[in-house]
Structures are given as C-alpha cells and as structure tokens.
Ligand binder design. Structure first.
Ligand code: PHE
Length: 481
C-alpha cells in the first residue's frame, strides 16, 4: 500500500470498530429527542412512514456512497472531495461539498451541545429522586410538576450555560484525543446498554393505560392531515413542510450529507466491506428511533400531554416514567447518562470533518484544532441557548412569512436538517453515481459492475435520491399547491 492510501489521522482497528463508531455517530439526540417531537409535531404515522421510506431509499444508498468517498479519499471531506475531483478530472467546485459539510457540522453541534446540556442537567435531577415526588400527587398534577421542572431549567440561562460549557469541553477533549481509542471502547458498551434500557422503558410504556393509543399514533397513517394540516371548511392548502421535515430527519438521524460518515470512512481499513457495515448502522439507528417513539407516545396519551409540544417533549414525558416505575431513579439516571454518552459520540463526528481539515492544513495540531473549533462552536451555541429564554421573542427572519415565528434555534435546525443535509446528500449521490468512474466505485465497494446489488444501489443514487430530494424541495416551496 502506498503512503497516500493511509489516512494521516489513523485507522480503525477493525470493521467492527468502524460499525461502532458510525453507529455512535448516527444514534444520538436525533433518535431519542428529535424523532419523537418531530413525529408529534407532524401528527404521527404519515411522518413516520415518509421518514422510513427516506431512510431505506435514500439514506442507506447515500450512506454507502459517503463511506465509499471517504475510503477512497482518505482525508477530511474537504480534501477527499478535492482529491477525488482531481483524480477524475472534474471541476474543483466539488470541494464546496466538503465545505458546506464543515459548516453544517458546526451549526448542528452548536445547538446539539445545548440540548445535550439539558440531558446532562437531568442526570443529577433524576438520580436525586426529584421525580418520585409525583407518586404522592393527584394524577392531574403530575404533568404540571414535571413540566415546571423543565421550564425552570430552560428559562435559566446561567444553568444552561454551565451544562453547555461542560458538554462542549468534554467533546473537545475527546476529539483532541483522536478518533479511535476511547470512542471505540465507550460505544461498545454504550449501545447494548442503551438498547436494554430502552426495552425496559418499552415494558413500562406497555403498562400505561394508553399504550395502544401511542402505537396507533405512530403507525396509523393519515396522509390527508399530513399534507393538508391547516384545513378549514372553506379551504384546504397543500403543505410540503411535513415531507421536508421527515426527509430532513432521515438524513439527520443517519448523520448524512455533511461528511461525518465520510470522514469515518476515511479511517476504514482498505479491505473492509461497505454494504454490510452500513446496513447494520442503518438498522440500529432506525430501531432506536422507533423504540423511543413507542416509549414516549404512550406516556403522552396516558397523562393527557400534547404530542406536538416541541423540543421539550422527551423531558416532559420520560421523568413521569422514572417517577412511577419500580427502580425508576436507577433506570432514569442510567438512561440520561447513556443519552449523554450517545450525544457525545455523535458530537465527535459532527466536528471531526473540521478538525481533520484544520490538521491537514499543517497549521494546527489535533489539540489546537480541537480547542479553536470548540470555542467557535460554543460561541455559536449561545444563539440557541438564549432562544429558550432571554431571546425567545427574537425572530431574526420575521419579515419572511415562512420563518416569521422561528427563533435562532429553529432557524439553525431548519437550515441544517431540512436544507443543508438533504442538499449535501443529493450532491454526494450525483457525484458518486453520475461522475465517478464505475471501475473506481466497484473497486472500492468490492463488487462487480454487473452485480444486482450494485445496479440497484446505483439506480437509487442516480434517479431516486435526486428525484426524491428535488420533489420534496419543490413541494416545500409550494410549487405543487
Ligand atoms: N445522527 C446524529 C443524531 O441522530 C446527529 C448527527 C447529524 C451527527 C449529522 C453527525 C452528523 O443524533
């Protein structure tokens, strides 16, 4: 193997190590915090179905494409795209794809850290048994009590600042230490543990009076109200927002479209198979999201809560379970610890494209690159942090009707998940399926050009992904209404 083909940042020790790291990136707040509240906001089943279809038809193929690009390029996404464009004699503009990925990762991490801070804050709250108090309350006061604890937290910028700072500092210490060592070990124990705790919680959810209602909410598909959410007697207007959100969630949850998975692919040993590894990651990620929904919605309906209440949903529902179930404080503490660990293993991959690129410029060591990018992300995170309290009334794009009620947090989330990630995925699909030479692609995939699986994969990337992303975008800007 010539020197150019080994990543300067190191390599995974095995295929399993890559699976663990990629699963660590994919499974995070997106599955447990974001998926349930988005499903709640967009009315349930139809959102879930569109999300699942996007995962299968676009997510899986794009993930394979990203891993393949990384494996071939062996560098940060910015430089991998540069090298690959050079190799094929294509425009240097493809490098922009690496750049937008770095920016998207930055922006996502900025709010991700604030939300992970909430989860961090809940560790001591649950451990100290705060929520067991609900056992001596009348049922109709439970939700209010749990909600007041959440509101107290998010309306206190000083507390949030402390947790955000702790979360970011630890993230950057882990990133500075390099991608392999600790991460591999942590994820190996964390994923199975998280799965078990989720199963225990599903058991609790099954014991709640409205378990089946939660299940129906998630799987009963009603496209009419999904596509026409604001119907009045007089008029019904087609809205593409739900579709866009479901597609964005698919990319977000799988960590696609911004180079996180690409940069992990760059550390993949040359001979590792891509198709089977990515399938494992996609299945693990999707199962965690579905489990989270199956836990949260029964609690929502059993306690008369609103499924569409937004980002606080998980924090307003799960503590009820931890207050009521046997060994609730134990499972609750374990749950939030695992959630924070899952958020850390995702955060590392959000900033790794930037750090790897800074190191490749030759002007930074891994440590100084981590410090500087960490400080920058922390600062941008303040926009989100204040969106929930002192700046909750600030709507920067109030002059555009589509964004008039969006806070800084809403806008950053919307721009990244709904716009940047799907666009990134789209261009990755186009580059791999329309530009790169079949011979190079099949070589990296260890496949023959006539293999059925390869042909299906390329068909999905060539036609389905561009058409899917394109139509959802056009629908969202109202072309079909
Ligand atoms: N997939 C992560 C989650 O679901 C978030 C993420 C998005 C991580 C994009 C990396 C890149 O929590």
């Amino acid at each position: 193997m010539n020197k150019q083909n080994i990543s300067i940042h190191g390599e995974w020790s095995s295929r399993l190590a890559f699976i663990l790291a990629a699963t660590g990136s994919a499974v995070g707040l997106g599955n447990i915090w974001k998926f349930p509240y988005m499903t709640g906001e967009y009315g349930g089943g139809a959102f879930v179905i569109v999300y699942l279809v996007c995962v299968a038809l676009m997510g899986l193929p794009v993930m394979m494409a990203e891993v393949m690009l990384g494996k071939r390029g062996r560098r940060s996404p910015v430089n991998s795209m540069r090298i690959l464009a050079q190799e094929g004699g294509y425009s240097q503009w493809w490098r922009v794809l690496g750049w937008t990925g770095v920016i998207a990762g930055f922006l996502i991490l900025s709010y991700y850290s604030v939300i992970a801070g909430w989860a961090l804050a809940y560790v001591p709250k649950v451990a100290m048994g705060t929520f067991t108090a609900i056992n001596s309350m009348p049922q109709n006061e439970v939700a209010g009590f749990v909600g007041s604890i959440f509101n107290e937290l998010v309306s206190n910028p000083i507390q949030l600042l402390a947790w955000h700072t702790i979360f970011m500092s630890v993230t950057m210490i882990m990133v500075a230490g390099g991608v392999q060592g600790g991460l591999e070990r942590a994820v190996r124990f964390m994923m199975p543990a998280l799965f078990i705790v989720l199963l225990v919680l599903v058991g609790y959810a099954m014991s709640t009076p409205e378990f089946m209602m939660g299940v129906y909410f998630m799987f009963d598909v009603d496209f009419k109200s999904f596509l026409y959410p604001n119907c009045t007697e007089a008029s019904c207007e087609l809205s593409g927002e739900g579709m866009l959100a479901a597609m964005g969630q698919a990319f977000f949850s799988l960590s696609l479209g911004m180079g996180a998975i690409m940069v992990y692919g760059a550390y993949l040993p040359k001979h590792a198979s891509i198709a089977s590894t990515t399938s494992v990651v996609v299945i693990a990620d999707t199962s965690v999201a579905i489990l989270a929904g199956l836990i949260i919605f029964p609690i929502v309906f059993s306690n008369g809560l609103a499924p569409g209440q937004g980002p606080g949903l998980v924090f307003n529902t799960l503590p009820i379970a931890f207050g009521q179930m046997p060994y609730g404080s134990f499972f609750g503490t374990l749950f939030f610890v695992l959630l924070v660990l899952a958020a850390w293993s995702s955060s590392i991959s959000l900033i790794e494209p930037a750090v790897a690129w800074l190191v490749e410029t030759g002007k930074f060591t891994r440590i100084s690159a981590s410090i500087w990018s960490g400080i920058a992300v922390w600062l941008v995170g303040l926009l989100t942090l204040f969106s929930f309290n002192i700046w909750s009334h600030v709507k920067p794009l109030f002059m555009f009707s589509a964004f008039e009620d969006k806070t800084f947090f809403d806008l950053i989330d919307y721009m990244t998940a709904n716009v940047m990630l799907p666009l990134g995925g789209l261009f990755i699909a186009i580059f791999v399926a329309w530009f790169m030479k079949t011979q190079i692609v099949t070589e990296e995939l260890d496949s023959s050009p006539e293999h059925g699986g390869f042909l299906i994969w390329r068909f999905l990337l060539r036609y389905v992904t561009p058409l899917g992303v394109g139509l959802v975008f056009l629908n969202a800007i109202g072309v079909f209404s």
